[in-house]
Design a binder for this molecule. Structure first.
Ligand SMILES: [Zn+2]
Length: 339
């Protein structure tokens, strides 16, 4: 015998809101989403906990909606690390494989960013996806990090790998792009935690507080760096975020991570370094693996003060030749698959 289906309102009760804010979230869901959550208990619990741990209810609701939509589309939310892997990211075997290898390395800098900076903060969330990035005139964006933050709320970082880049990229280029962009997110998150940033506009422009609090020790140093870049040439130096890569030795750490991941993504039957060594058109001298990862780690840092002092030094033109050669071979001679 047919029974009357439960009225929708009781389903909110079944979905167990755990505080006032999660109750608001559940009440504003459409029926489809509510039913979907009802049958996906783990996602439901993760989202409820996520909202509960957020300081700003409205923003948490907004992000929770984003998480729910992504997961419904086939994405994955890792509540412990506060990472949201978009379905476009998970569907790409090569990218997903490189990401999993990066995150399963012990003591890697990348893992440290994810676990210590984001997972422990409980105020930020990182989302990775693959999409077509609108390309600027006179440049190429292989990947971008879009921070979303407004005065005291929860911050959200969208890391997007460009779809065309991904198709043509080697495994090491993908590893590089993922780490480089995650460092951007981490640097901006640090500035937010230090109360240096008031808000970030939709177009990604960062607004610093004009009279920041004075900090001591590490935070004071960090503040001075920000102030320095803020006032560089009388305006915010366009490369301030990239300059911070160098000042905190992030570039060195990126290089180490690339060296460590290499054995796991190199094709040993067509070894990368051997092809470089045997390259009849090799330029700039001989290379070790360390050299290659060193030059790779400088990619994207063009225009920073430290970059200019090394690569635009007229007395040592070979450095820029070696960097250009590296940029070419990590694509043409490196493994394009990941298993
Ligand atoms: Zn960058």
């Amino acid at each position: 015998m047919l029974k009357h289906p439960c009225p929708q309102t009781t389903e909110i009760g079944i979905l167990y809101p755990i505080d006032k804010c999660s109750k608001t979230f559940l009440e504003h869901l459409d029926n489809t989403s509510r039913k979907w959550l009802y049958t996906h208990n783990e996602v439901h619990n993760d989202i409820m906990n996520y909202i509960k741990n957020s300081p700003n209810c409205d923003e948490a609701n907004q992000i929770a909606n984003e998480i729910l939509n992504e997961v419904k589309r086939g994405g994955k939310f890792n509540v412990k690390n506060e990472i949201l892997l978009d379905s476009t990211f998970l569907a790409n075997q090569k990218v997903n494989c490189v990401f999993n290898k990066l995150i399963s390395q012990n003591n890697s800098f990348f893992k440290n960013i994810i676990i210590n900076s984001f997972a422990s903060s409980k105020t930020a969330i990182l989302k990775y996806d693959i999409a077509n990035i609108p390309q600027p005139s006179g440049g190429i964006y292989n990947a971008i990090t879009k921070p979303i933050y407004n005065n005291g709320g929860k911050s959200f970082y969208k890391i997007t790998l460009d779809a065309s880049f991904v198709i043509n990229a080697s495994a090491i280029e993908i590893a590089f792009a993922i780490i480089h962009e995650s460092i951007h997110a981490e640097l901006i998150e640090r500035c937010i935690e230090l109360n240096l940033i008031e808000y970030i506009t939709n177009s990604g422009n960062v607004k610093f507080f004009s009279t920041p609090v004075t900090y001591t020790n590490n935070t004071a140093i960090f503040q001075q760096l920000i102030m320095y870049y803020q006032s560089y040439n009388g305006a915010i130096h366009p490369e301030w975020n990239h300059d911070l890569f160098n000042l905190f030795n992030y570039r060195d750490k990126l290089q180490t991570d690339l060296l460590n991941i290499h054995p796991y993504i190199n094709d040993s039957t067509n070894d990368f370094l051997t092809s470089v060594i045997n390259d009849p058109n090799i330029q700039g001298g001989t290379y070790t693996l360390q050299d290659i990862m060193y030059y790779t780690s400088w990619l994207g840092l063009e225009g920073t003060l430290e970059y200019n002092s090394i690569f635009n030094d007229p007395t040592n033109p070979n450095e820029s030749i070696r960097k250009s050669y590296t940029e070419t071979v990590i694509n043409t001679k490196y493994n394009h698959n990941c298993n």
